[in-house]
Design a protein around this ligand. Structure first.
Ligand code: CP
Length: 309
């Protein structure tokens, strides 16, 4: 059962994942009817606490909370008392003291949300911690795949790009394997962390092997901000050998979809014609991110209400 927090998909059960996805189906129906003043979280407060930049994740959490009737507060590290040396735990306790109910945190250090969760009363949601996990991105990706194919079980999912620095790749690998998909990964040798096979991935020897027959082709952003440099020769060479264009997609399954968590480096991970093409689900992923985060906020609030009885 879902607990107080959502810190990663490593420890989430397949049942919890399915519960969130099923609830998100209903949330998406409300969204598509343009119902944005719902009562589910009336009287609750959700704070986004971001120590790293974000567009999609931070805004979609804020909108999800607002659409469900919660109050929202945004704290960015650059304009908060973090700049005066306040610790993460003290920041969390300060928000607790103000009766805040949920903290959505993004932090450059892996494990920061877990530390916070142990020390605050509020529910903590991991919105990306270093190179560790980004569970709500993987949940919206799973939702998008299930929406297209009806089920995630048995799908071939090819993940190409900067796997080493990608919290999205790790959360997706946990979620996809738990729901019965086959995950192929392909990247330059310098961008593959150890142990991915142990976690259930097939490490493809070529881009063609990864993409051949794939139902889902997922590009990952090259994370220049987390690299010391020298991990591949140049962005144009990266695109030539590891990027995805229309000619490579001819080898994917006929009904394949293309996904990317964003932000995309156009012409590096994917060509513009792929990003804007018919099989691209990148914009749908963004919409689904709101529905999935609405579902998660609702389920955590319901769980905490039960726990308080
Ligand atoms: N996918 C994702 O995490 O995007 P942002 O960095 O814009 O939140």
């Amino acid at each position: 059962m879902l607990g107080k927090d959502l810190l990663g998909l490593c420890d989430a059960s397949a049942e919890d994942i399915m519960l969130i996805l099923d609830t998100a189906v209903n949330m998406k129906k409300l969204l598509t009817q343009n119902l944005k003043k719902l009562p589910h979280l009336q009287g609750r407060t959700v704070t986004t606490l971001f120590y790293e930049n974000s567009t999609r994740t931070r805004v979609s959490f804020e909108l999800a909370a607002k659409y469900l009737g919660a109050g929202t507060v945004n704290v960015s590290a650059s304009s908060s008392s973090v700049q005066k040396g306040e610790t993460l735990i003290d920041t969390g306790k300060t928000l607790d003291a103000m009766k805040n109910d949920v903290i959505v945190i993004r932090h450059p250090m892996g494990g920061a949300p877990h530390l916070l969760a142990k020390n605050v009363r509020a529910s903590v949601i991991n919105a990306g911690d270093g190179m560790n996990e980004h569970p709500t991105q993987a949940l919206l990706d799973l939702f998008t795949m299930r929406e297209k194919f009806g089920s995630v079980k048995g799908l071939k999912v090819a993940i190409l790009g900067d796997i080493k620095h990608s919290r999205v790749a790790k959360s997706n690998l946990f979620g996809l394997t738990k729901l019965g998909a086959k995950v192929y990964m392909y990247a330059p040798a310098t961008l593959i962390p150890q142990g991915m096979e142990r976690m259930g991935a097939v490490m493809a020897k070529s881009r063609r092997e990864a993409i051949a027959g794939a139902d889902v082709v997922m590009g990952l952003r090259i994370q220049l901000e987390r690299q010391q440099g020298g991990l591949f020769p140049s962005l144009s060479e990266y695109n030539r050998f590891y990027g995805v264009d229309g000619s490579e997609l001819k080898f994917a399954a006929p009904e394949h979809i293309v996904m990317h968590p964003g932000p995309v480096n156009r012409g590096v991970e994917l060509t513009s014609s792929v990003i804007d093409g018919d099989s691209s689900k990148i914009t749908e992923q963004v919409l689904n991110g709101v529905a999935v985060r609405m579902a998660l906020l609702f389920l955590l609030a319901r769980q905490n209400k039960e726990a308080a009885k």
